[in-house]
Design a protein around this ligand. Structure first.
Ligand code: EPZ
Length: 424
């Protein structure tokens, strides 16, 4: 397993290009199963999760061509030879569950492995299943798989009232509803930019959708969807991650393609901590204001609140802020695994259940640390940018799932960072 070595250094300066959103692409790709005509995605991120989703779609009979060095995915599911999303693929990536809605809508049946938990939590899929039941599907859970069957005439429109916000369940239900007979209403729907992006892609394919980006989405089912070409929305989590780099290491960085509307709540918090964020046609430029970064409190919430996927990275900033910050993780039950690793670097953090209290220290010290999940791994790299000495982050395969060329992007703005193959 490779490691990444960061040596704490001086201020950063320059530009970082932001890729297409992993979490948009992972729901846009299964949308190809809804139509027998080609769906082409541009601005696709080049990540291992995208390769895993490609493998899954191909196992179901879809064709996925990676063009322009992977930036363009040209997909078609003219014929579907399978209906079974096997555990050996699904266990690698929970987003695999997002093939269930499209398969059920397109061919009336599907067998998809239950994804199982992951490092940050149990992550059940009960809300996904509840949505399909509201559309008339029969679901049978056995031998670790969901066996789903639509009614004889296909899924029918229904009211889905989510007891709490779920991004994936909203995406699965939205895709299934596009081909259901009649009207479907999703209440307490997720409002993330990735949901809006999916809705725009489905509309380009002929779906009748309104209310995307609000908590109530209405879908009029249609008989079939046609092909389309869609540009994947900018990755707001990669954007927020790199906006923190100059706040931690000093200097000024422009994130190309960044838009404030993608992460307003995050911008408000970092400005409260002392960041200066400037928006231009090129993107978002970030630098420290005068004086030290100050402690702030953070609560993770569904969009438009502070994103849980930026909580670990924000903690890396707050480790050396002036004062005490409290971070409350309200989305996942176990998403502070970066805290003990940051503590190894000299941070002063107390974790109790869903709360982490961070008492700012003047400087972190480089140390060998271990990545446990995608966002924790990048928070350790951020912390290493201004730590004294070398920080070696192990198990960087977690990083490859969600960050394209992180070494090139950070060294491009002056960070002292390199990737080493595991010896032997
Ligand atoms: C998506 O996961 C993202 N993944 C996650 O990003 C992100 O953290 C999460 O949304 C929240 O924003 C992708 O888009 C591929 P949820 P998802 O359903 O859809 C519980 C990253 O780092 N829940 O909104 O799985 C669930 O356990 C990843 O890029 C149920 O109980 O998230 C969690 O506690 C990590 N039953 C909460 O709801 C369900 O049926 C929110 O989950 C579904 C979810």
């Amino acid at each position: 397993m490779d490691s990444i070595i960061v040596t704490g250094g001086g201020p950063l300066s320059g530009t970082i290009p932001i890729a297409g959103a992993k979490n948009a692409c992972l729901t846009l790709m299964p949308a190809t199963l809804l139509s027998d005509e080609p769906l082409t995605l541009t601005n696709a991120p080049r990540l291992s999760d995208i390769r895993t989703m490609t493998q899954l779609l191909e196992s179901l009979g879809a064709e996925v061509a990676r063009l322009s060095d992977g930036l363009v995915l040209s997909m078609s599911s003219h014929i579907l030879n399978g209906e079974r999303a096997d555990y050996d693929i699904v266990r690698k990536m929970r987003a695999s569950i997002l093939v269930l809605g499209p398969l059920l809508a397109r061919q009336g049946h599907a067998v998809v492995s239950l994804p199982g938990g992951c490092a940050i939590g149990a992550r059940p899929v009960d809300l996904h299943l509840k949505a399909f039941e509201a559309m008339g599907a029969e679901l049978d859970l056995r031998d670790g798989y969901v066996h789903a069957k639509a009614p004889a005439g296909g899924l029918r429109g229904g009211i889905v009232d989510f007891p709490f916000v779920s991004v994936g369940a909203t995406e699965n239900a939205l895709m299934a509803a596009t081909l259901a007979r009649g009207t479907t209403v999703l209440k307490n729907a997720a409002q993330e930019p990735e949901i809006v992006d999916l809705a725009h892609c489905l509309q380009a394919m002929g779906a009748q959708i309104s209310g995307e980006g609000t908590d109530t989405i209405e879908i009029q089912g249609v008989d079939r969807l046609h092909g389309a070409t869609h540009r994947v929305v900018t990755d707001r989590i990669e954007l927020g991650t790199y906006m923190l780099a100059p706040l931690i290491a000093g200097g000024e960085v422009t994130c190309i393609g960044g838009k404030r509307s993608l992460l307003e709540a995050f911008c408000v918090r970092i400005e409260e901590a002392g960041a200066i964020v400037t928006e231009s046609a090129e993107g978002l430029t970030v630098r420290r204001g005068n004086g030290p970064i100050k402690a702030v409190n953070v609560e993770t919430e569904p969009f438009p609140g502070f994103p849980t996927d930026l909580q670990a990275q924000m903690m890396a900033l707050l480790c050396t802020a002036e004062g005490t910050s409290v971070l409350e993780e309200k989305i996942f039950e176990n998403r502070f695994m970066h805290a003990p690793e940051l503590t190894r670097m000299g941070a002063n953090i107390e974790v109790q259940g869903g709360h982490a209290k961070v008492m700012g220290v003047s400087k972190l010290r480089g140390a060998p640390v271990m990545a446990t999940d995608l966002r924790a791994s990048v928070s350790l790299i951020l912390a290493g940018l201004a730590a004294e000495g070398e920080t070696t982050v192990g198990r960087v395969y977690h990083l490859d799932r969600g960050y394209e060329h992180v070494v090139a992007k950070l060294s491009g703005v002056g960070a002292n960072i390199r990737r080493v193959k595991e010896d032997g």
